[in-house]
Design a binder for this molecule. Structure first.
Ligand code: FES
Length: 296
């Protein structure tokens, strides 16, 4: 069975829909109850401060630690007790990392609404929670000196976390979750005409095209701001969003980007929005890509 067939099989699991809905609602309610502080915590867990999804960083901890534990468990099982303490420590470190991975992963996932991403993400979460429970039980067995049971539970956990990691990869590489959707490498890097100045209304986002790429313009007094229209989070149309507190809010999941430079003001996007320089010549609004041009 190939990767796409696995994705399809998971997408067809109807029982995952209510489970995913309930879990997403619980996460949403928790953050909403925290008000502004809840929003700040959520943004920190997305990785807005890092400019990169935090979940992707933290998942390396349990995967790395539990891989070490598997190797040390194997050495212990073939007769060398001196590796036992190291294996136990690696299991414990992995459990701490798994906690951070779970919290950040749920924070990213609860904003997703597509059928495939919801169910695939839900399956990814359930498998990894199961893996963590197995490692938790393994840790308890080790502390009770039942080393055989501890190693066996860890082996089962290693199988589960490997399956969970595979689904995580599917979410990134096939569903493009956690990647920059703004297509910044294709943006115009010299001034081009996009609109008549008279056609721009105050504080009303306007979608235009610059060399075939969608751009959103916002006029405030004599100033014109321009950002790439496709939201860096998942490609939502910023031109259908609203202007708010120096930023523009994406209509899909409410990321807010600074009009002046595209900086993330509110997540879930962790990537800044590409921004353009603007000028008016002969009554025409012109834009030019304002960030460093990335080679692909
Ligand atoms: S597409 Fe998700 S916040 Fe814009």
């Amino acid at each position: 069975m190939d990767s796409l067939a696995i994705t399809k099989a998971i997408e067809d699991q109807e029982w995952l829909a209510p489970v995913a809905d309930g879990l997403q609602k619980a996460v949403e309610t928790t953050y909403a109850a925290g008000g502004d502080a809840g929003r700040k915590v959520e943004d920190a867990l997305h990785g807005v401060w890092l400019g990169h999804p935090l979940h992707a960083v933290l998942t390396d901890i349990p995967l790395g630690a539990w891989s070490v534990a598997a190797a040390l468990d194997t050495l212990e099982a073939i007769g060398d007790d001196k590796y036992a303490a190291g294996a136990d420590a690696a299991v414990g470190i992995g459990l701490l990392g798994a906690l951070g991975s779970a919290v950040t992963g749920l924070t990213d996932w609860y904003r997703l609404s597509g059928k495939t991403t919801k169910r695939l993400g839900g399956a990814h979460a359930l498998i990894n929670i199961s893996a963590t429970a197995l490692y938790g039980a393994s840790y308890v067995m080790r502390k009770r000196s039942n080393r055989g049971a501890g190693r066996a539970l860890a082996l089962l956990g290693f199988g589960a976390v490997s399956a969970g990691a595979f689904l995580g990869g599917m979410l990134v590489y096939y569903q493009k979750i956690g990647v920059d959707h703004s297509k910044r490498e294709e943006l115009a890097d010299e001034f081009v005409d996009v609109l008549d100045w008279d056609d721009l209304e105050e504080n009303t986002p306007k979608r235009v095209e610059a060399n075939g790429q969608p751009v959103v313009l916002v006029r405030q007094g004599e100033k014109i701001y321009a950002l790439a229209d496709a939201c860096a989070h998942l490609g939502g149309p910023l031109s259908e969003g609203k202007v708010c507190d120096g930023g523009i809010v994406c209509p899909w999941h409410e990321s807010r980007f600074a009009l002046k430079d595209g900086k993330v003001l509110d997540g879930p996007s962790t990537f800044a929005q590409p921004h353009y320089e603007t000028r008016v010549q002969d009554g025409k609004v012109q834009v030019k890509y304002g960030d460093p041009v990335l080679e692909v």
